[in-house]
Structure formats: structure tokens, C-alpha cells
Design a binder for this molecule. Structure first.
Ligand code: NOJ
Length: 893
């Protein structure tokens, strides 16, 4: 049997051989620094009250009502790791027509299969700053997931947000800014879900580094200690946008937040996600991070993935048969189970999966046509057809190529060195210029760095159907090309370089999930840090000594420090091509040779040195005993927010990106769409009550294992033996009668549904937060004479100086990309500012406050909206009070 090795090893490694696992006893909750607290919040708010979900809930209730207890608990948990074709396989309730759901990675395409597209990574997609392309990628990905029969797409990833530049998984998301992540995440959800596939927003929340993320029997995962305002204004922000877009599922994080583990954090799930953000879908655990049976149920978890206990493959589970038992014995309230099951079934209806959804036609762990149906059950697994090799690629390569191309970010281009002429002889250096000679998929989960870096490593990858590498594309344009594919500069160059020779040096920097260690990096870039891998900086320096004209191409998961070579006189041009996926070659050649102008912009800042950022951000936490404490002491000040506050000039600021042409911004207008007439949003509507199914403990017979059923070894089922079910039921009904509880409920536990927090009221929060208050129109003209180009227009808000709140100097709030503009051509783009964009989270009021709104005196305070082509290139500003725009002003930072 041929094994798709990546996930097998990923998961085994993840669960058993976590490279940062250390000895020490697990404690339930370790102390976190003062001021950080995950308060109790119970019970879990019911889903189903939000208008756009009502119909699906009504249908779901009918179906769930027909399920037995064991059927309900079955659909809330996976069948076990490697126990089915997908990365996660939920239980079914076929008797009433509810199928097993297929949950599949990864965030850049259908993972662990064949005939799929390997799209550019999230970070690359973010660097396009192009909403249409972000959406087009999602539509194409959604079609591929559906075509493979995957019900649930395990993406987008908007957490990590990218707080720590060395964090291992930032590249799966869209950039180090909540608005960039929020807009891109929401468009991804929209595009995928429109294809009838449930999207999963992840990882909720605070998973900003990889090392020490997981709880293991010896050490708790790290605690991200985040204050309330920072949580709302940075980390929760993209989740709010995702929920506003109607996302169907969410995945909790491995780590703890303020001391409480992600999969059982009642404050985060019950309060923030389900009450304040009004999330109507279902919440799943990240793989093997489900730690407790009852506590997690009460805290709002709805689905256990992949179903096992932390140590998998022994048929154990925190839920399934245990959840059945816990409902029967009265420890998990029946209404909680009904809500879990209804949320799952409602999501299935919401995206039309009850009608014509294709059957799963691939297997994540087997690559042959026939093989083990349940590889985790080896040797007891039945064998059968598992792969139909369905080609779902259609014409998606063109979307992938367009994104890879439009993300390429020109950081420097002295003397307009690029585009290259097709006549200049080229010398190409670095192993990153060509595909891994052993094959693009030679390393499972891409956990190696041996050729052009198209994606990071871990569960966020997809198999390449082919790999268009840069050297092949360059050679198609030019005959006189020589590749030196070693990462060591040649000792002798024959013939010696001439003045006309151009050297292109390819370097890279990789990162991924903590389940693998690659060249000493444990997921995060803890070994190579901000330097290029394979001594890339040295390769660039050497090339710069020998050649007069050097172009540096960087494939990277995030920022690098480019100081060792950036100012060398022969370094003419630097291109960040990010992680292009399968379309690395033509996309780059099109830019190098001037078929198109580069139009990508940096989705993070590139600092001059590590210390330009605070330690809490630039360093990784590494306590080896007890719970590592990752305290967000920098608060709101990450990336450009920090640099601006500290008046530190980065080498290249967030949003920076050059073109072969130039753009002028004229005719800026700000329009008042809705007056900000009060600091607080209009009060939310009361939460409508939802119909509730019977809350009686069901008869024990609903849990009995069917007679004569042949179980698959290690497969996780939800039935109990008759005697266990009867015993549990007896406890349950007697404790209900006596009013006593058998389970020690958490502090602050209540079974009474709350009316809903003031900041809630709709999907994503109070609907008034999403009302547009201002629109800014600006006309962008291509003022060059030769090249066509696309401009990225970015809008940043500056809060009123006398707002009474400490706010970052400027914060991104919207962006737009023009179409391809010919020389002299213009386009008018519109940027919008919503109430939430003009508000801060007030920790006393527990609400969003717009500090510039009209006060009792009828006067409003001035917000300034800065418009430009990078966070440090904002030469147009508009005022919210006078509705006047000015151009040619000095950038605020
Ligand atoms: C762990 C990862 O953190 C998550 O993103 C992924 O979806 C699951 N494993 C499933 O592979």
C-alpha cells in the first residue's frame, strides 16, 4: 500500500513526538500573570436565533429530534485519527439521512490528494491586496473541495495574526494586520461557502507561535495572555469578520488563552464567539487538543476532532461513548448536546449539503486506487477502493498564477533596473531557483527546504500537481542563462563576470507546523530566525562582490532582515515573491521581463534589526517546565503600529511595494454616508428565543450498542453496552430528581440562557458596527509613460487627537486594487469606513465606542483618513468633520 506519508507522520509526530515536549506534571490551570483571566461564562448560547440561519436550524431541529442519543453524540465526534478517508471524519446518523462529514485541510488547496491545485499561500494572497483575486482563489478552492467530496474546508487561517514574525504558521494567513486578515478571511469564507462547502475559521485564538503550543501529558501548552482591548482590536477582529460573513465552523487553538485551554475555554467560546460574535455554526477542537469530556462540552465545544484522546489510536475519546454516558448520567445537560448536534446539522443544511453533495472520492493516507479504508485500524481494516483520482483543477491554474504574479512585491529597483531585457546574459544562483530534484512533493507535508519554496510545511499544504519553477520559466525567455544551483557561491566563475552580466540570486526562508523540525527550526523560525536559509545572505553578498547588477528574489514565509546586503551598490533590485504555490515560474518571469509591472505590497513590515520590535513580539517563549507564558505586553502595538509609535523607521514598511510605473492620487473626496451620531452603536435587538427540543434525559436504550454489529478495531463509536447505559441512566435520573449534581460544575456555572451581551446582536457582533459611515473616493492615474500597472490603494484611519484613548497613530481600515492601468489611464476606487473601523473597544463599557462621534454639543471630533500606497506613503488625507480632502501632504509616519 502506498501511503500518503505526510499526514501520517505529521499526526504521529504531533501527538507523540512533539519536539518541544518536556517533562513535568500537567496541571489543570497554571497561574498566569496578574490581570489576565479567562472568566467563567455559562451556559453555551443556543444557535439558531440569527435570521439568515433560521431556516437551516428549523430543518436541523426536525432531523436532530429524530436522532437517538447515540446518533447525536456520534455526529459530534470523529471516528478517530486515520479512521476514514479525510483528515477528520465525523460520525454519521445514516438512519435519519445524516452522512459522515469529511473535514479536510489545507488552507491553500485540497490537501493529501491528487489532481488538485496548489494555490499560492495565504500570505501571498494577502500581498496582492486585491479583493477580487482573494475571492477568485476561494471560489476555485471551494470548487476543488466540493469536487473531492470534502464537506468542510479547514481554513481560512486568520490566527496566527502574525504578531510574531518568526511564528511558524503566519504564512497560512494573510498578513500581520487584523483588517487585512479580516477582509481576506471573510472573502475566502464567502467564495468557498458559495460552492456549498463549509469553511472553518481557525485557530481560535492566540496561536501566535508553534513551539509549546500543545498540551501533552507532561506540560501544558503555552498560555497567550491577552488583555480585553487588544483581544478585541487585534486578534478577535478577523474572527468577527469571518462570523459576519456567515462562516459555518470554527476551530479552537492548541494553546491556552489567559490560562484556559483553547478547546475548553468558556470565556472565549461561549462568551466571545457564540454570544458576542453570534456565531451560529459549530466549534471543533484542533486535532488531538480535546482535553476533557464535560468541561469542554459546557465551554461550548461542539465537535471533537479527530475524535481521539490526546494519545490517539487506542480507541479512546473524550466524547462519543463517553459523551453518551455523560448525558445519560446527567453531567452534560441534554440541551447542550442538542445544541451541538443542531449546530452541525444546521451548517450542513445552510450550505445545501443535503442536496447532491458528491461522495468522498479520495483517501488522505492511501495513494493507490485500493487500500485500507481505516489505516488506523491496521491490520484489522477492510480493504477497498479509496481513490477515484478525480481531477478538480479545471482552469484554476490561471487564478493561481495571477495571484502568484500580483503578489510579487518590488521592494527596491535602483536605476529602474528591472524589467530585464531579454538580451542581457543571466547567471542564476541558489537552489531556490529550481524545483527540488527529488520532486516537488518529495517531502511529506513539505517538511524540507530543497528547491523553490512554494509553501511552508505542515497541515496547511497541498500536493503539487506539477511545479512551474523559476529557472524553467526564465530559460523559456532567454537562451543565455546559466544556473548555479548550489547555495555556496562558486569558487571560480568561468568566464569571469562582465559588466553586462546580470546575476539573479534566489534565497528563501521557510517555516511550518511544530509537528516537524526542519533544519533545526521547530515550526517557528527559531533556528534561522530573520536570516535567509542555507546561508542565503552570504550567497547574495558574494554575488554582489562579483557582479555589478544583482537581482535578489526571495521566497519567504515572512519578513527577513535584509541589512547584510540591501545597500550594497550592485544590489539593484529586490523582489519578494512570498510563497507562490505551483505557479512560481511564469508569474515571476512575467515580472522580471516586464510583461507586467509588479503590484504586490508587503503584508508585514521588514525591520532593520530584530530589536526594532519589542521582545514580546520578536522572541519566542520557551519555558521548558510548567506552562510557558506568552504575555502580549505590547498590547495594540505590533508590526507597523509599534514601529510608528516608537518612531522606528523600518527598512520597508507594511504596505510598501513599488511598480515599474508611477501613480498619482487625485480627486479625493470623503462622503458622509451615515452620521456617527452617538459614541455607542444603536442598542442591539433582544435575542429572539429559539425552539428547544426535549431536555429530558433520554432512555438508556437509545445508547445500546446494536446486537450483532461487527466493530472495527480502534474505531470510535458512540454506543454503550446495555449495562453501562443502564447504570449511567440510573445515576442521571436520580440526580435530576434529587436536584443534586454528580459532576463538579465549574465556578460560575449556570444553566440559564443569557439575554446576550450589548456588543452582540448579529453575526460578527452588533449589526450597527458594520454600517458604513464614510466613503472615500480617490482617482488613481498611471502617470508613467511606458508601463501598465495596477495600484494598491490603502486607507488608514487616525483617531481624533483628543479621543481620550491611546490608539496607534494609523491603522489600516480598507484597501482596493485598480485594474491594469495603461500609461495615462485612471480609475476611481472607493474605500469605506464602518462604525467598527472608527471605534475602540472600551473595557469598562464592554462595547465599541466611537470616540469621535457627535457629543451632546452636536460636535464631532476629527478622524483623519489617510490614503496612499503603503503605510509610510500616505500623501492624501481626508477629514471626517469638514469632509475635506487634501493631497500632497506629509505622511503621518
Ligand atoms: C492541526 C492544525 O493546527 C490544523 O490547522 C489542521 O487543520 C489540523 N491539524 C488537521 O490537520
Amino acid at each position: 500500500m502506498a501511503v500518503r506519508s505526510n499526514l501520517v507522520w505529521l499526526t504521529l509526530a504531533l501527538s507523540l513526538f512533539d519536539p518541544t515536549c518536556n517533562a513535568g506534571p500537567v496541571r489543570q490551570r497554571e497561574a498566569v500573570p496578574d490581570g489576565f483571566y479567562a472568566a467563567p461564562y455559562y451556559p453555551t448560547p443556543y444557535g439558531g436565533w440569527e435570521d439568515s440561519w433560521k431556516e437551516s436550524y428549523a430543518k436541523a431541529q426536525v432531523l436532530v429530534d429524530r436522532m437517538t442519543l447515540a446518533e447525536k453524540t456520534n455526529i459530534t465526534g470523529g471516528s478517530g485519527i486515520f479512521m476514514g478517508p479525510c483528515v477528520g471524519n465525523s460520525g454519521s446518523a445514516y438512519r435519519v439521512g445524516f452522512p459522515q462529514l469529511c473535514l479536510q485541510d489545507g488552507a491553500l488547496g485540497v490537501g493529501n490528494t491528487d489532481h488538485n491545485t496548489a494555490f499560492p499561500a495565504g500570505i501571498t494572497t494577502g500581498a496582492t491586496f486585491d479583493k477580487d483575486l482573494i475571492y477568485a482563489r476561494a471560489v476555485a478552492m471551494g470548487k476543488e473541495f466540493r469536487g473531492k467530496g470534502a464537506h468542510v474546508f479547514l481554513g481560512p487561517s486568520v490566527g496566527p495574526l502574525g504578531r510574531k514574525p518568526l511564528g511558524g504558521r503566519n504564512w497560512e494567513g494573510f498578513g500581520s494586520d487584523p483588517v487585512l486578515q479580516g477582509i481576506a478571511g471573510a472573502l475566502t469564507i464567502k467564495g468557498v461557502q458559495e460552492q456549498g462547502v463549509i469553511a472553518t475559521i481557525k485557530h481560535f485564538i492566540g496561536n501566535e507561535q508553534e513551539m509549546y503550543r500543545m498540551y501533552n501529558p507532561f506540560q501544558p501548552g503555552y498560555s497567550s495572555n491577552i488583555d480585553d482591548r487588544t483581544l478585541h482590536e487585534l486578534y478577535l477582529w478577523p474572527f468577527a469578520d469571518g462570523v459576519h460573513a456567515g462562516v459555518g465552523s470554527a476551530m479552537t487553538s492548541y494553546n491556552a488563552v489567559n490560562g484556559s485551554a483553547g478547546s475548553q475555554n468558556a470565556y472565549m467560546i461561549n462568551n466571545l464567539l457564540k454570544d458576542e460574535l453570534g456565531f451560529q455554526g459549530f466549534v471543533m477542537s484542533d486535532w488531538l487538543s480535546h482535553l476533557s469530556g464535560v468541561a469542554s462540552a459546557l465551554a461550548g465545544l461542539d465537535m471533537s476532532m479527530p475524535g481521539d484522546t490526546q494519545i490517539p489510536l487506542f480507541g479512546g475519546s473524550p466524547w462519543k461513548f463517553h459523551l453518551t454516558e455523560a448525558v445519560l448520567n446527567g453531567s452534560v445537560p441534554v440541551d447542550r448536546l442538542n445544541d451541538m448536534a443542531t449546530r452541525i446539522v444546521a451548517a450542513w443544511y445552510q450550505f445545501g449539503q443535503d442536496k447532491d453533495f458528491p461522495a468522498v472520492n479520495f483517501h488522505s493516507y492511501v495513494s493507490n486506487e485500493k487500500g485500507l479504508l481505516y489505516p488506523g485500524a491496521v491490520p484489522a481494516s477492510p480493504i477497498g477502493k479509496v481513490n477515484w483520482f478525480v481531477d478538480v483543477q479545471a482552469d484554476h491554474a490561471s487564478v493561481a498564477r495571477q495571484i502568484a504574479q500580483d503578489a510579487i512585491t518590488l521592494l527596491k529597483n535602483d536605476d529602474d533596473f528591472l524589467p530585464l531585457s531579454t538580451k542581457s546574459p543571466l547567471k542564476v544562483f541558489g537552489s531556490d531557483a529550481r524545483v527540488d530534484p527529488a520532486g516537488a512533493n518529495s517531502c511529506g507535508s513539505r517538511a524540507c527546504n530543497k528547491g523553490t519554496l512554494g509553501m511552508g510545511w505542515g497541515s496547511g499544504v497541498a500536493n503539487y500537481p506539477y511545479f512551474d519553477d523559476p529557472i524553467t520559466a526564465i530559460k523559456k525567455r532567454l537562451e543565455d542563462v546559466k544556473l548555479y544551483d548550489s547555495d555556496n557561491f562558486p569558487l571560480i566563475l568561468t568566464p569571469s563576470p562582465t559588466d553586462d552580466d546580470v546575476a539573479i540570486v534566489f534565497i528563501n526562508s521557510d517555516a511550518g507546523e511544530n509537528s516537524f523540525t526542519v533544519e533545526g527550526n521547530h515550526g517557528d523560525r527559531d533556528n534561522d530566525k530573520f536570516s535567509a536559509w542555507h546561508n542565503g545572505d552570504k550567497l547574495v553578498q558574494k554575488a554582489a562582490e562579483k557582479y555589478r547588477n544583482v537581482v535578489v528574489v526571495v521566497h519567504t514565509v515572512g519578513p527577513l532582515i535584509v541589512e547584510p546586503w540591501i545597500d550594497l551598490p550592485s544590489i539593484k533590485t529586490v523582489l519578494f515573491a512570498h510563497l507562490p504555490g505551483q505557479e512560481a515560474g511564469e508569474s515571476l518571469a512575467n515580472v522580471l521581463f516586464g510583461d507586467v509591472s509588479p503590484s504586490g505590497h508587503l503584508p508585514y513590515s521588514i525591520t532593520k534589526k530584530e530589536d526594532d520590535l519589542p521582545d514580546s513580539v520578536s522572541k519566542l517563549v520557551k519555558e521548558i517546565i510548567g506552562q510557558p507564558q506568552d504575555t502580549y505586553s505590547e498590547g495594540l502595538y505590533i508590526d507597523y503600529r509599534w514601529l510608528n509609535k516608537q518612531k522606528i523607521k523600518p527598512r520597508y514598511a507594511f504596505g510598501h511595494g513599488l511598480s515599474y510605473t508611477t501613480f498619482n492620487y487625485t480627486d479625493a473626496h470623503i462622503k458622509l454616508v451615515n452620521t456617527l451620531s452617538s459614541a455607542l452603536p444603536t442598542a442591539r435587538q433582544p435575542k429572539p428565543s429559539v425552539p428547544v427540543l426535549s431536555t429530558e434525559i433520554p432512555p438508556a436504550s437509545e445508547a445500546y450498542e446494536p446486537a450483532g454489529f461487527t466493530k472495527v478495531w480502534r474505531y470510535i463509536y458512540s454506543w454503550l453496552s446495555k449495562s453501562d447505559a443502564d447504570k449511567a441512566y440510573a445515576v442521571g435520573v436520580s440526580s435530576t430528581k434529587s436536584g443534586s449534581k454528580t459532576y463538579p460544575y465549574p465556578e460560575g456555572y449556570s444553566a440559564v440562557q443569557k439575554p446576550g451581551v450589548p456588543a452582540g446582536g448579529g453575526q460578527g457582533g452588533n449589526p450597527a458596527l458594520f454600517d458604513t459611515n464614510f466613503e472615500v473616493d480617490v482617482t488613481v492615474q498611471n502617470t508613467g509613460s511606458t508601463h501598465k500597472g495596477k495600484a494598491s490603494v490603502q486607507a488608514y484611519v487616525q483617531f481624533p487627537a483628543d479621543s481620550g484613548y491611546d490608539t496607534p497613530i494609523i491603522q489600516l481600515r480598507d484597501f482596493a486594487k485598480t485594474k491594469q492601468l495603461a500609461a495615462g489611464e485612471s480609475e476611481t476606487v472607493t474605500l469605506r469606513l464602518r462604525r467598527k473601523d472608527l471605534s475602540v473597544w472600551d473595557t469598562q463599557k464592554q462595547n465599541w465606542v466611537a470616540p469621535g462621534a457627535e457629543g451632546d454639543n452636536g460636535k464631532s471630533k476629527r478622524y483623519t483618513v489617510w490614503v496612499g500606497e503603503g503605510s509610510d506613503k500616505l500623501f492624501t488625507r481626508c477629514f471626517s468633520d469638514t469632509l475635506v480632502c487634501e493631497r500632497g501632504v506629509e505622511s503621518p509616519v
